[in-house]
Design a protein around this ligand. Structure first.
Ligand code: AMP
Length: 415
């Protein structure tokens, strides 16, 4: 019988990889809470219609990447491919418009049927924020500053650049779409198959095509920035001035449009040069029309998501976790006492490990292997005398310590 394996593009996360995910989630949660974001957990399963309506039929996600299936009752469901649409659905369903301005964050697995490669998985993990109900550019600045601070605290800014653009308001985009389509029609023969399809369905997407032929055509295309309405231009200028005041470096990238229908005005991506072709680590933008498109009240929004898996690959070495104390019982009576003693040490906040089997030498070897700071050796003599032999593993010295004193002495990390 063949061995059962994880589904292609999914992974078991344990030991160092899992520690990295945990560290990133803990750091990011702490930072976003400084900004007043509160956690929301939405289901992993959502109705297919949510993404079709929210992200747009022509987006890559909806047109070719969704884990879409009918359940046994015949309902069309999707394993969520991203977090914003679910948050917007919850906002409407739970009547959160009373609560604006509202700051929510989420984290968890997302699913996309993409070709797996380094930094790209079919089940990956995102952490994201949404600031709902504020139409001012200050909201864009606050979420950008928050994302920047997380990357800084994680120590990964060195290889990361913020790329920023505006795709304007609807009037700006409508004016631009006409100019762009006019231009692209004159160079149709040079476009890739994908872009010929985009030309009919979602021409702005051609701007961020990775195809070399498309890129060549795009290089001489009219610029979206020349079609901005005065309001859209003023909005973007306010974001740029704010970023300069916050001393957050950025590059304006005229061709950054992001793939989803719901974006407007500010769009951005923090990218790295350290992960090969999967270079986006944190990405997002403003989406003032999404909640209304999904049937809710007109509510502006701005947010981002980062890929935990990708950041985990960029992260420098993790801070060392506390070294454990190893309990080494010798004999049946001591085995029993060891459980009680370990619980006492854990109550004092000490990370404690019991070696379950083997002679003294074998258990001391395990103590070394787990990087223990001290080994607490107890046998029947020690139990009778109310003491333990403590071996400080860094210096190799050993002393007898009264059990009543043990937690205090072990908490003193100078040893
Ligand atoms: P997106 O929702 O496509 O803007 O993605 C936001 C972030 O999620 C990206 O910048 C990546 O860090 C991460 N991400 C997106 N797709 C994947 C994937 N298939 N595997 C791993 N990380 C991903």
């Amino acid at each position: 019988m063949s061995q059962l394996q994880t589904v292609r593009g999914t992974r078991d996360l344990f030991q160092d990889a899992n520690q990295r995910h945990r560290f990133i989630e803990t750091t990011a949660s702490r930072v976003v809470e400084l900004y007043g974001f509160e956690e929301i957990q939405t289901p992993i399963l959502e109705p297919a219609g949510l993404f079709k309506r929210g992200l747009g039929d022509t987006s890559d996600i909806v047109s070719k990447q969704m884990y879409l299936f009918k359940d046994l009752g015949g309902d069309e469901l999707v394993l969520r491919p991203e977090g914003t649409a679910g948050v917007a659905r919850a906002f409407i369903q739970e009547g959160m418009s009373q609560l604006t301005p509202l700051k929510l964050f989420y984290r968890g697995p997302m699913f996309r049927y993409e070709r797996p490669q380094k930094g790209r998985y079919r089940q990956f993990h995102q952490f994201g924020v949404e600031l709902l109900g504020v139409e001012k550019p200050q909201a864009d600045l606050e979420v950008l500053a928050c994302g920047y601070r997380i990357l800084k605290e994680l120590g990964v800014l060195g290889s990361i650049t913020l790329h920023l653009n505006t795709i304007g308001d609807e009037a700006s985009r409508a004016a631009y779409r006409d100019k762009l389509v006019g231009y692209l029609n004159t160079r149709k023969s040079e476009l890739s198959q994908d872009s010929l399809w985009r030309l009919e369905n979602n021409p702005l997407r051609i701007l961020d095509s990775k195809d070399p032929g498309d890129k060549n055509v795009v290089a001489s295309a009219p610029k979206l920035s020349d079609s901005l309405t005065p309001e859209a231009k003023a909005f973007f200028d306010a974001v740029l001035i704010g970023l300069k005041a916050l001393e957050i470096p950025f590059i304006i990238d005229d061709n950054l449009v992001r793939g989803l229908d719901y974006y407007c005005h500010t769009v951005f991506e923090f990218t790295t040069d350290a992960l090969g072709s999967q270079n986006a680590v944190l990405a997002g933008g403003r989406y003032d029309g999404l909640i209304k498109d999904l049937g809710g009240p007109q509510t502006p929004g701005v947010g981002w998501a980062f890929g935990i898996d990708r950041l985990a690959e960029l992260l420098p070495d993790l801070p060392a976790s506390p070294e454990p104390i190893a309990i080494v019982p010798l004999g049946d009576e001591a085995e029993q006492a060891a459980i009680l003693l370990s619980e006492k040490l854990r109550s004092a906040g000490l990370k404690t490990d019991i070696g379950y089997s083997g002679n003294l030498a074998k258990r001391m070897k395990r103590a070394d292997k787990i990087g223990a700071r001290a080994a607490v050796i107890i046998g029947s003599n020690e139990l009778t005398a109310g003491v333990a032999q403590v071996k400080w593993l860094k210096t190799g010295t050993q002393e007898s310590i009264a059990l009543s004193e043990l937690s205090n002495r072990l908490l003193d990390t100078d040893n």
